[in-house]
Design a protein around this ligand. Structure first.
Ligand SMILES: Cc1cc2nc3c(=O)[nH]c(=O)nc-3n(C[C@H](O)[C@H](O)[C@H](O)COP(=O)(O)OP(=O)(O)OC[C@H]3O[C@@H](n4cnc5c(N)ncnc54)[C@H](O)[C@@H]3O)c2cc1C
Length: 490
């Protein structure tokens, strides 16, 4: 590996990094930027596999608007890492991370609090445990400095999170190209396809007008949307319910952002408050659609668009919202066809810097045009604490593998970690929004199991078996140094 100019990391200041030479030899080196959940995990994974790691964290000299301490892996809001049940998406993801030797999950287990089926942690104890483990690791140096530019000529993991500092965000945008870095989530809810009542909803694409004539989609073109028709009474009752529903509050630092970004992407509750008919002329317009059961145009329509390659998930088009989550479930189930909807993601709008991963990253977390540059965490569009840890783990172990001349790995999409990374790197780039781990991301079993519980159990069993096979096939040593793949018995 060629010597590194550390000036590229730290603005224009030329500094000699104490981690650069060890015993007169420049070691294989990994730089991790951001000491949050993803960055701490990435640094640990790379170091455990023998890489010498410099972990850059800008706090406490420069704080984000949400962090309060100088600790690594600080939890900025809730102290819960979600379900610990083995057959739930987050429970499965945690079990996979345990199997892969995750530092953050081990610290969470060690600092857990009674919280029913969820894994809640003592907030301070958790980040203290991660901080101590990382700082005391003999191959990690923690450097408390803001990184202003993306490094070049060194294997690097960028994990600066939803509140990436402005200078670095600018540099990422320079590399990505304009329009490939977002600063605000405007997430519409996502439901599972099999929870939509197709006795009520119908498949159709809108036709449009050309020179005064309706142009219908060709008969042989598949209908892209699922449409939920509303009568006049149903529509106005729905609008009233949205207006009365409880809204989530934006944090102070997000209110300015909201003023800047919301106008282009108005939440349904803002539209409903502006005028009772605003939604019917906006995201719920029925133009170009006929309900095949009545042969007539409905008064209003809620459209759902396929959200994943397998067609298991659908997002509600134009329904970005800041209603409280319990209220979203209640109000959205008033929509005919969605009365039994199972939500895998609820709508939200908040400050969130994230790259267009489907355009820019491969499933190994490597930048598409620069193999030595990896990204991880919420910056890549994995939503939530555990998804961020998962991305950090994958990027960290791949960073180490690159320095050792081993091929980077991607986990199979039948595992939860693989499915999440597959989603963020293969979703539709034009409408890409962050995604939480959910069982809907896993490919269909191809077996006719009608019982939901049994189906979930089968998905989980397949995920864990495929993870074992992947560990074996790629010679991964969970939590330790990798070796070239041995012959596998699988
Ligand atoms: C206000 C808010 C509330 C949230 N609440 C929840 C919640 O309750 N539950 C949940 O699951 N998720 C929540 N999230 C999402 C949460 O941020 C992620 O789940 C998780 O923290 C992301 O991990 P990360 O490692 O990607 O980023 P972070 O944990 O944010 O870590 C990024 C780190 O990079 C550092 N950094 C940034 N720029 C630079 C730079 N240029 N140089 C050096 N260091 C830098 C930051 O100081 C930070 O320590 C919330 C997000 C926000 C913004």
């Amino acid at each position: 590996m060629t010597p590194v100019t550390w000036a590229s990391l730290r603005g224009l200041r030329q500094v000699t990094c104490r981690a650069k030479y060890r015993g007169g030899v420049l070691s294989p080196n990994v730089v991790v930027i951001g000491g949050g959940l993803a960055g701490s995990e990435a640094a640990w994974q790379a170091a455990q596999r023998g890489a010498r790691v410099d972990l850059f964290e800008m706090r406490p000299a420069r704080m984000t608007p949400a962090h309060r301490t100088d600790r690594l892996a600080e939890l900025v809001c809730s102290n819960s890492l979600g379900s610990n049940l083995p057959n739930r998406a987050l429970g499965l993801l945690k079990n996979e991370l345990r199997r892969l030797g995750s530092l953050a999950i081990a610290c969470a287990d060690a600092t857990s609090l009674p919280a029913g089926d969820a894994l809640a942690v003592g907030r301070e104890a958790f980040s203290q445990a991660v901080t101590a483990a990382v700082q005391e690791h003999p191959r990690i140096d923690v450097i408390r400095e803001e990184v202003l530019r993306l490094p070049d000529g060194v294997v690097a993991v960028v994990a600066t999170g939803p509140l990436t500092s402005a200078a670095l965000a600018e540099d990422i945008e320079r590399l990505a190209g304009q329009g490939y870095l977002s600063f605000f989530d405007a997430m519409a809810p996502v439901v599972t396809a099999d929870s939509i009542d197709m006795e009520v909803a119908f498949k159709a694409s809108r036709y449009h007008w050309h020179r005064g004539e309706p142009v219908r989609p060709q008969a042989n073109v598949s209908a892209d949307y699922i449409n939920c028709p509303l009568s006049c009474d149903e529509y106005y009752a729905f609008v009233e319910a949205i207006k009365a529903a409880e809204k989530a509050h934006l944090r102070e630092f997000e209110q300015d952002d909201a003023r800047r970004y919301f106008e282009a992407c108005l939440p349904i509750e803002v539209l409903a408050a502006r005028s009772p008919d605003a939604l019917a002329f906006g995201p719920m317009r029925p133009v170009g659609l006929r309900d095949p059961r009545t042969g007539r145009r409905p008064f209003a329509v809620v459209q759902l668009r396929q959200d994943d390659l397998s067609g298991a998930l659908y997002n509600i088009v134009g329904f970005q919202t800041n209603l409280r989550w319990a209220e979203q479930r209640r109000v959205l189930r008033m929509i005919p066809g969605l009365q039994h909807a199972e939500f895998v993601r609820l709508g939200q709008m908040h400050r969130n810097t994230f790259i267009n991963s489907p355009k820019l990253l491969g499933p190994t977390m490597q930048w598409c045009t620069r193999d030595s540059l990896l990204f991880a965490g919420q910056l890549t569009g994995t939503e939530g604490y555990v998804g961020s840890i998962a991305g950090g783990l994958l990027a960290g172990l791949n960073a180490a593998r690159i320095t050792q001349g081993l091929a980077p790995v991607a986990f199979p999409p039948t595992t939860m970690i693989g499915a999440l990374m597959h989603y963020i790197t293969h979703a539709e780039p034009g409408s890409f929004q962050p995604m939480k781990a959910n069982l809907g991301l896993l490919p269909d079993l191809g077996l006719p199991i009608r019982d939901k519980q049994k189906r979930q159990d089968a998905l989980v069993a397949r995920a864990l078996a495929d993870l074992e096979a992947a560990i074996c096939a790629s010679g991964l040593a969970p939590g330790g140094s990798d070796r070239p793949a041995p012959p596998c018995n699988h």
